[in-house]
Design a protein around this ligand. Structure first.
Ligand code: ASP
Length: 341
């Protein structure tokens, strides 16, 4: 009996000695770098070249990103929830005519604005999204209402609008979304339609907005909002309101928001693929982002980028286009960028 007990004890000790050090080591490396809070923001990726930008334009973009980052940081510093930071950051970008979301949304082929947005909470993987809406001032609020006040994940068109009105989300006349700049982009896209594809149109610029956050309670959240793509067919819905394509958050892994040619992001389930590579493939955040944005999407012809924050607060903002409006802060270490370098 005594021998058997000794044998069992020795076996347990051996197993513990074999597995513990490596598990612990990897836990320590990652956990020792956990941020109190992390936030990343994008304002779209695309043909954004310094040569095509005046100093005034560049500083307008920088200050809009800077302002949005401050809004998010202030919420996080005060221990606010990740979802709250995501919503307030995205609202500030939706209210700016500079970005292709809310006020600055692009036009579809009928000369109308149809907006898409989504939000996901990593804590319980609740999600909400709206697609193809024309009168919701801040589409991210509509998405949040779907998540918190309906039993659904995605509502589109009139159903989404009626639901948003019924729960008190702010609406506007569709003419609120008219901006001359975006209307002109539609005209030039139409002129070139016969000879070029949507994406080779030099006037086409992405401008979708997104935000990903790790809050001080260790919760992740992601949100995305867009007017879609200039000259898109009416009723076309892109990746931005599709959970797993344009937006994804899971406290076990990562929060992701994408921007780019939505059809590719839908087909390759880009946002979820980042999480899956981390969870099942044990990839680091950087490895997962590189493999998708700089390898798979490039190989398939999908232009764009994404922002991601993992559960340790690591931030990645990869893109395979000339530029991506972006900003981030990890515990107050701020960064704002537009071009590749
Ligand atoms: N991904 C968006 C869409 O396809 C466009 C963008 O990111 O600018 O609707």
């Amino acid at each position: 009996m005594k021998e058997l007990t000794l044998f069992i004890l020795a076996t347990i000790c051996l197993l513990a000695c074999e597995s513990a050090p490596s598990d612990k080591a990897s836990e320590q490396t990652e956990e020792s770098t956990v941020a109190n809070y992390s936030i990343a923001i994008h304002g779209g990726a695309g043909t954004i070249l310094k040569a095509n930008m005046t100093d005034e334009q560049e500083s307008a973009y920088r200050s809009a990103l800077d302002n949005a980052l401050t809004i998010g940081e202030n919420i996080l510093k005060e221990n606010g929830a990740a979802t709250k930071a995501v919503i307030e950051v995205i609202k500030s970008l939706e209210d700016s005519p500079l970005f292709n979301a809310g006020k600055g949304a692009v036009f579809n082929t009928n000369g109308e604005n149809e907006l898409d947005a989504s939000i996901m909470r990593g804590e319980d993987q609740q999600a909400g999204a709206i697609g193809g809406v024309q009168n919701i001032r801040n589409p991210i609020e509509g998405a949040y209402a779907v998540m918190t006040q309906s039993e659904h994940v995605l509502l589109t068109g009139k159903g989404a609008e009626d639901f948003a009105i019924s729960v008190g989300v702010d609406t506007v006349s569709p003419s609120y979304f008219y901006t001359e700049r975006r209307y002109k982009s539609l005209q030039s896209a139409k002129e070139q339609e016969a000879s070029t594809s949507m994406l080779s149109n030099p006037d086409y610029k992405f401008g979708t907005v997104g935000c990903v956050v790790l809050d001080q309670s260790g919760n992740l959240a992601a949100g995305t909002s867009t007017g879609g793509m200039t000259n898109k067919k009416y009723n076309r819905i892109g990746d931005s309101p599709i959970i797993g394509a344009g937006t994804y958050a899971d406290n076990n892994t990562v929060a992701v928001s994408c921007t780019g040619h939505g059809e590719f992001f839908i087909r390759y389930a880009v946002a979820y693929d980042i999480a899956a590579r981390i969870e099942y493939g044990k990839a680091s955040l950087k490895e997962a982002c590189d493999a998708i944005v700089n390898e798979k999407l490039v190989e398939k012809g999908g232009s764009g980028g994404l922002i991601a924050v993992d559960k340790y607060g690591n931030i990645e903002m990869p893109f395979n286009t000339e530029g991506m409006y972006r900003a981030s802060s990890k515990d107050g270490e701020r960064y704002i960028g537009i071009y590749k370098n």
